[in-house]
Design a protein around this ligand. Sequence first.
Ligand code: F0G
Length: 474
Amino acid sequence: MNNALTPEILAALSAVSLQCVECSALYPGLEVGSAFRYRCNCGGTLDVEMKFALPEAQTAPVQAPSGISSALKSDSDPALLTGTLLRQLFDERASTLPTWSISAGKMLLDYSGVWRYRELILPAPEQYIISRPEGNTGLYPVGIENCNPGRIGHRQIGLYAGLEHLFLKHEGENPTGSFKDRGMTVGVTMANLCGAQAVACASTGNTAASLASYAAQAGMRAIVFLPAGNVAGGKLAQSLAYGATTIQVEGNFDDAMHLVEQVCGELGIYLLNSLNPFRIEGQKAIGFEILQQLAWQAPDWLVLPAGNLGNTSAVGKAFRQAYQLSLIQHMPRFAAIQAEGANPFYRSFKQGFARQEPVQAQTVATAIKIGNPVSYTRARRVIEESNGIVEDVTDEEILAAKTIIDRAGLGCEPASAATLAGIRKLVERGVIKRDERVVGILTGNLLKDSQTGIPQQSEGVAVAANIDAIRRIL
Ligand code: F0G
């Protein structure tokens, strides 16, 4: 399993350890000669803990702190300095021209919206990194006040939300059309570092498409487990086209998730669901990129759709670290939005997180049709420490919000529209104030699902190819 590990890889990853989110037990980032580890011995999920160091060139003027913990607020002067240096470093890298370097080296990494922040993501030796590159997605100002007056269509979104300052971060603009690419570049890089021959995941579709693409790039076998009949056509097509072994499981996502963990454990395949803590590290880059696009001014609210809760955990962790490193001066409040028929996190939140009870998931937003989220504890921490909130929205509300986003010319898949539906509901309830600065994440591309919530043209609607016929219908 881990036999391919070279001294160079081991040295690079020696700064990384894994900590159980339930009992705080610590494990090395990689255990040589033993099976891959995704859970603590107690069954809890794991979180990456990394010693933080500024790159050589940046350390010259000051004594750099040795670890993230040493850069906490209590140590305010070095922390502020660290924040300034990191902002400079990331801004310099972001100004790199978006071109592929002929030698596929540094420039490619700096242009990736994940590896640009590599000091806060994973200290992987560059030659092992598998990147498209990903990220650099649009952050659209769509609020009543912050929308460009010329963009009347975009402003409709702000009017629908009832917000003056609203931004939508469109993660559907990633290489495979969803936010999953950010975690996957790091996950497949880890698989590469470990010398894995095969990688696998359970998925409602987007993780599978992303895994299939990145594994194909690295020359690894990809095996994806999908809930039969519950994956949107575009996503299934991607997995098949990229050459993944595509297994449709009789059951729901939660069944497929349970199965893939067993399969990976037994067959020594590298598991790349967000249960894998390195996926979470990559997904943090959504948060860093939002901050960079906002000139390092944290918003008041961060709103996103929630299913397996990997993304809530990841973006929350990004903001926590950005705050600890003085990249930003305050934490935003988080709002995680679930579909009403797939709302175990919402139900738990309503009971003060007293219990975690699975539900039988049912929603048109198949991406978040999940009844037993794996990253529950990690996401709970984000909601609690940010004084955040969990909301749920009906399928009708999701589809109505999707129509608004689609008609504005941005477009998104149904699960993503839960973000706007949730924002509207929270503004109506007075939880989010009309003048607060809000960033909502759109997680997937419109083309992922060409059926749900999109008007379908019936057959036989073709028009004669002459101007008279056209005049009659316009
Ligand atoms: N939005 C989209 C488009 C998704 O594909 C997912 C999850 C989510 C939101 C929810 O994110 O699970 O981190 O809370 N899709 C996973 C998949 C489950 O298999 O593609 P989460």
